[in-house]
Design a protein around this ligand. Structure first.
Ligand SMILES: [Zn+2]
Length: 300
């Protein structure tokens, strides 16, 4: 009997926690985002006026994320959900269907997508649009508009924050452009596990090769994919290959070994780290990736 009543009490506590969460926050409205990079952008625009919470946690695999009952409980009472779109969050439709009526805004609205050129995803938009700082400016503008609608009294704050943050994004963009321009012609190729750098390589004029186009696709790092990349790396004498933080690196380490090149390290794309990790913010993530790419490929 004690066991049962404890279970009842526990479930009552869990059920109440969504509401408690909103109540604790006082007057502030709560904005959910589907992953940490969107949270960081949203937090920069929100300042102290809104609570911003990411559904997936730092380091999480975000494409095929399996949401939990407590994710749903925690989301209850939120005032707005920001998602990436372009088929990034395969779980999002089911999540919002189970959650009920909370307005959501897709942050890639207005972005011109780069289409995927390989495998089962051929012709579909590549979802990693935030890896272009120029696109990030569109995300920020979409966030600003959504926040002004959600909390009109905060418009002045949101406008000022969005402007300041956009200036910071432009500064990082300019720095990356100049740094990556230093790579010699024969070293301008980025080889990664997931094809998550299509926007970055487009912006900074690098060739892009990868093992698989999008995480959560069946067959990540198949023998055919590995052989294909080994052939390219050998033929073009690419000095280093890389892999992303949210997937296993062994396929790419095999490529490096068999192609006789070096494994240049782990890049960050889909997820920030926590505050103590190497990429606690989106802007740091961009710079860190550029540093790792430059070091691996032998830029300045
Ligand atoms: Zn991804």
């Amino acid at each position: 009997m004690i066991k049962t009543s404890r279970a009842v009490l526990l479930s009552a506590l869990i059920a109440a926690s969504g509401v408690a969460h909103a109540a604790q926050a006082g007057e502030k409205k709560t904005v959910l985002t589907t992953f940490t990079i969107l949270s960081d952008m949203a937090q920069n625009v929100a300042g102290n006026r809104l609570n911003v919470v990411s559904i997936t946690k730092p380091g999480a695999e975000i494409h095929g994320y399996q949401f939990t009952p407590s994710d749903l409980v925690n989301a209850r009472g939120a005032d707005l959900i920001l998602n990436n779109g372009l088929n990034l969050e395969l779980w999002f439709e089911k999540f919002t269907r189970q959650l009920g009526k909370i307005p959501n805004v897709t942050l890639t609205d207005g972005i011109i997508p780069v289409n995927i050129s390989a495998d089962a995803y051929k012709g579909k938009p590549n979802p990693h649009a935030w890896m272009s700082p120029k696109n990030a400016l569109i995300y920020v503008e979409n966030i600003r508009k959504a926040f002004v609608k959600l909390d009109p009294a905060g418009a002045k704050v949101f406008n000022a924050n969005a402007k300041k943050y956009s200036d910071q994004i432009r500064a990082v963009d300019a720095r990356l452009r100049s740094q990556l321009a230093s790579l010699p012609k024969n070293k301008r190729a980025l080889v990664t596990c997931e094809g998550a750098f299509s926007y970055l390589t487009r912006d900074y004029n690098l060739a892009e090769h990868y093992l698989w186009p999008v995480n959560a696709e069946e067959g990540q790092g198949t023998p055919r994919q590995i052989k294909g990349v080994i052939d390219v790396v050998r033929a073009e004498k690419i000095p280093a290959v890389f892999c992303e933080s949210t997937v296993p690196t062994r396929g790419m380490e095999q490529v490096a070994k068999e192609a006789g090149t070096k494994f240049g390290g782990v890049l960050y794309v889909d997820s920030l780290t926590d505050a103590k990790g190497p990429v606690p913010t989106y802007l740091i993530l961009l710079q860190k990736d550029a540093d790792i790419i430059l070091k691996g490929l032998g830029g300045r």
